[in-house]
Write a protein that binds this ligand. Structure first.
Ligand code: NAG
Ligand code: NAG
Ligand code: NAG
Ligand code: NAG
Ligand code: NAG
Ligand code: NAG
Ligand code: NAG
Ligand code: NAG
Ligand code: NAG
Ligand code: NAG
Ligand code: NAG
Ligand code: NAG
Length: 781
């Protein structure tokens, strides 16, 4: 019996159980080595039975080493087995000329045939007695096993066995009574004294003598004239009651022969008379081969045997010793209902994955309880890894797509065209921004940074890495035609470097719609300054004149630049921005048109702002630079009167400021409509000249209007005439403004200002412009 190493999910309980089993096994081994149940037959089943060249069989008998047939085949002379081949089939015996045939050799015993002692009475009153002496004491490795019983069959007789152990005579015996056949029948089949008796034999004997005698006056023996006595393996002979007694016959030996054939006597054997420890030191130690162990015999006579270690099999007395058992190939002896894996000296038997329990027991495996935690952890980890992978992949794909898209947009938005144009036109302050730069500058287009919003886009305030402030205009979609034009204008504006034109710093073409970055102009629109509700910080006449001059100069520059002619097309007070120093900056070229060289006019869809719109252009659709002059005239009127361009409160005829002004001029009551501050600060000559110029600008016929250049020149002259003003210095605006405020505080205006409630109503610009940037900027105190 071997205990496989249990490696199935060994719980503590199981380990305890195994320890207990091992303990029981050890106890068993110690006390019951000779017990027939524990007998093993590894020797006769080993693949190597004998020494090379030796016979392993004698008839049916297998003779394993250390036993042997013939010279030098056994471990020693004592283990020689004689094979009588003159009988058929051949039979083996312990000695030559023996009448006991060996029946079976096991790892620790040898079974040989019995000899039966017999005593019979004859009708004449005589007796015949056969005493038996079995002697294994002379140089044999045997002792008579305790599993043997001394059995007597007969009636009115007794038998006994004598032997010697340690020079002390030992004996045992029993009597059989059966005066009447009825008594035997009543006793049944039990060997309990009626026709049959049994007794244990003394321990540690290697010879015995059996004698039989009759009890005197034991009654009529005629139905059972003989008595038999024998030593034989326990439980092999089964007493069959009266029928066995009837079989006993004076002349018939068949019952005796039957017992001699079928009831063997069991002999224990061992090697030598030394213990393992003693023998281990000798040269001829039998257990010298691999993976075996030595077992001390329990016999008084001493001796040892070799056994294979657990998990090994083979003949431990012969080279190469014990071999590993492939337990998985022997499901009968090593049951396994799971996954069996052989290991050296052992094996593992585990339940199939997903099951737990004892795989060595049938139906010992149970489906594992659904382990939510483990499953979820595993699943979670798996999903996490998968998702991470997917996410990274997605990001990569997206990034690539984005880059491709940006390239596409860049191309689509004319980036290549622009780059080329910028290259050929040479020096430019314009820069092509990356989308990230602008995103960063506007703090990811934060709400806080919105300067203005229009139907066609949004303007954000941004800060470039070099701390420059910029206004970033994010347009709405453009169609392809608009795009080309947009690029064209951008190229031109990029090259316009005029101090009174809002500078285009750069653009970004990587987005669906292009984004523009302008110079940031801080101090609101001219419109706001003109129509301020509070009296503080209002523009002085000189400031107005200067702003008008600067604006006119810028427009003239645009109209007459050598390279091209740019018509602003949307000149109005909201498109003139003021910086910290109240310097005018023309903004919003969204509607501007380029007039190719050699042309005076282009025909376009009418665009502009009501109130500023050139009536001639409005009627004909022919756009010339004189349209800008008309619009500028309206701005001048605004500056002079401080009134709004469209104001229904003035009455139907005077709703339009230009008409209102011209009408007043005609009726010679201009002073009534002029701003009180202007009237107060300007000289009469200045006012007159200005108004005359305004009237020319507002001429219905474009051809009769002065050019922008002329207007600029006239305004310059007017400014110079006011140079004599003791307080205002052109070069010192800071001083001027402070002075201006002082003067305002001294002057309380009689003219009520129109509530500036409808700022948005003024806008009808075709594209969103810089004017809108200022809508959300807080007005100066
Ligand atoms: C048996 O062994 C002994 C010693 O090893 C040897 O002298 C003898 O010749 C052997 N006999 C046979 C038959 O081989
Ligand atoms: C063999 O067995 C027979 C019959 O029992 C016996 O007569 C004979 O002597 C035996 N021979 C030897 C060599 O033991
Ligand atoms: C058998 O034993 C009995 C009792 O000891 C004895 O009287 C008898 O002589 C013996 N017979 C033989 C044949 O030895
Ligand atoms: C055993 O008995 C024999 C003869 O009866 C004797 O020679 C021997 O010394 C005895 N042994 C012991 C240990 O008593
Ligand atoms: C014994 O019994 C048988 C019959 O069972 C009988 O024939 C015989 O005479 C008896 N013998 C004696 C001595 O009583
Ligand atoms: C052990 O056996 C040897 C021979 O094999 C013998 O010489 C010796 O006397 C025995 N010793 C005992 C204590 O029986
Ligand atoms: C004996 O057993 C050990 C492990 O227990 C093994 O490594 C070795 O190979 C075995 N020897 C033989 C000859 O099987
Ligand atoms: C023999 O003795 C040695 C050393 O004490 C030990 O390692 C070995 O296991 C022993 N052999 C057997 C078979 O018990
Ligand atoms: C936006 O632009 C389109 C095309 O340029 C124009 O038709 C539309 O009026 C604009 N909308 C606004 C609110 O400016
Ligand atoms: C406009 O400029 C004046 C004078 O430099 C300054 O006091 C005021 O704060 C400015 N307003 C804004 C909105 O920057
Ligand atoms: C305003 O004028 C001062 C002094 O001339 C100058 O240092 C400053 O840069 C000007 N500001 C702007 C926005 O041009
Ligand atoms: C501007 O005014 C300040 C203060 O009055 C003065 O110090 C400075 O020189 C003036 N600058 C110019 C260019 O006139």
């Amino acid at each position: 019996m071997s205990l496989p190493q249990i490696s199935t999910l060994g719980s503590h309980k199981r380990q305890l159980a195994m320890k207990f089993l091992v303990l029981i096994w050890a106890v068993f081994l110690f006390f019951g080595l000779t017990a027939s149940e524990t007998e093993t037959y590894n020797l006769i089943h080993s693949t190597i039975l004998t020494k090379p060249g030796c016979e392993s069989r004698c008839g049916d008998l297998i003779v394993p080493y250390p036993f042997g047939i013939g010279t030098n085949c056994s471990i020693g002379e004592r283990f020689n087995i004689y094979c009588n081949k003159s009988v058929n089939p051949p039979k083996g015996s312990i000695t030559e000329h023996d009448h006991s045939w060996i029946k079976l050799i096991s790892d620790s015993t040898l079974r040989t045939s019995n000899l039966v002692a017999k005593r019979c009475s004859f009708p004449d009153g005589s007796w015949s007695t056969t005493n038996i002496t079995s002697d294994y004491s002379r140089n044999f490795p045997y002792t008579i096993s305790e599993v043997n019983k001394f059995t007597v069959i007969g009636c009115g007789s007794y038998a006994w066995l004598t032997s010697a152990a340690k020079n002390r005579t030992v004996s045992t015996g029993c009597m059989v009574f059966c005066s009447k056949p009825d008594e035997v029948a009543a006793a049944g089949d039990e060997c309990s004294g009626n026709g049959c008796c049994e007794s244990s034999i003394p321990q540690n004997i290697n010879y015995y003598k059996t004698q039989v005698d009759s009890l005197t006056n034991s009654g009529n023996m005629s139905f059972a004239p003989c008595t038999y006595a024998f030593v034989g393996e326990e439980n092999v002979f089964k007493f069959k009651g009266i029928s066995d007694l009837r079989a006993i016959d004076r002349f018939d030996n068949s019952f005796k022969d039957r017992i001699e054939d079928t009831v063997p006597i069991v002999l224990d054997w061992a090697i030598g008379n030394q213990s393992c420890a003693q023998a281990n030191k000798t040269n001829d130690f039998a257990c010298r081969y691999a993976n075996n162990t030595c077992v001390d015999s329990t016999r008084e006579a001493g001796g040892y045997r070799c056994v294979c270690k657990q998990g090994y099999q083979g003949n431990p007395y012969l080279s190469p010793g014990c071999q590993d058992i492939n337990e998985c190939n022997n499901k009968e002896k090593f049951p396994c209902y799971g996954d069996c894996v052989n290991t050296i000296g052992s094996y593992t038997c585990e339940c199939k994955s997903g099951y737990s329990g004892d795989a060595m027991v049938k139906d010992g495996c149970r489906r594992k309880p659904f382990n939510v935690l483990r499953l979820s952890i595993g699943l979670g980890l798996g999903i996490f890894t998968l998702l991470t992978g997917l996410f990274v992949l997605l990001l990569m794909v997206k990034q690539r797509k984005l880059i491709k898209l940006r390239e596409q947009f860049f191309e689509q938005n004319g980036g290549v065209l622009l780059e080329e144009k910028l290259k050929t036109t040479g020096r430019s302050v314009m820069k092509i921004f990356q989308v990230e730069e602008l995103k960063e500058a506007t703090n990811n287009y934060a709400e806080d940074n919105i300067l203005g919003k229009g139907g066609n886009g949004t303007v954000y305030k941004g800060t470039l890495p070099d701390t420059r402030l910029v206004a970033i205009k994010k347009s709405q979609r453009l169609d392809q035609g608009q795009r080309d034009q947009f690029i064209n204008e951008m190229v031109i504006l990029a090259q316009i470097n005029h101090k009174n034109v809002v500078q285009l710093l750069g653009c970004c073409l990587e987005t669906d719609v292009p984004m523009l970055a302008y110079e940031y102009v801080s101090n609101d629109t001219l419109y706001r300054h003109i129509h301020k509700t509070s009296g503080k910080g209002r523009l002085s006449w000189d400031s107005r004149l200067r702003i008008a001059h600067e604006s006119a100069g810028a427009l003239a520059f645009l109209h007459n630049d050598a390279r091209m002619s740019v018509i602003h097309r949307d000149v109005k007070s909201t498109n003139i921005l003021l910086d910290d120093n109240y310097t005018a900056k023309i903004a919003d070229f969204g509607a501007s048109r380029l007039v190719p060289l050699g042309h005076d006019e282009v025909t376009t869809l009418v665009q502009g702002t009501i109130g500023y719109l050139d009536p001639e252009y409005f009627h004909t659709g022919h756009l010339t630079d004189k349209s800008d002059v008309y619009s500028f005239g309206v701005v001048l009127v605004e500056l002079l009167t401080g009134k709004k361009t469209i104001d229904p409160e003035r009455g139907a005829q005077d709703t339009n400021l230009a008409t209102h002004f011209l009408k007043a001029k005609k009726e010679n009551r201009l002073l009534e409509i002029l701003d009180q501050q202007v009237v107060k600060e300007a000289t009469e000559e200045q006012l007159k000249a200005t108004c005359d110029m305004v009237c020319r600008c507002l001429n219905q016929v474009g051809g009769s209007r002065p050019s922008m250049k002329d207007v600029a020149m006239e305004l310059e002259i007017l400014r110079k005439s006011s140079k004599q003003h003791p307080w205002i210095s052109e070069q010192n605006y800071t001083e001027a403004s402070s002075l201006m405020i002082e003067s305002e505080e001294q002057n309380l205006y009689a003219v009520p200002l129109i509530a500036n409630s409808d700022t948005f109503g003024e806008y009808s610009s075709s594209t969103m412009g810089m004017n809108e940037i200022m809508l959300h900027v807080h007005s100066p105190r």
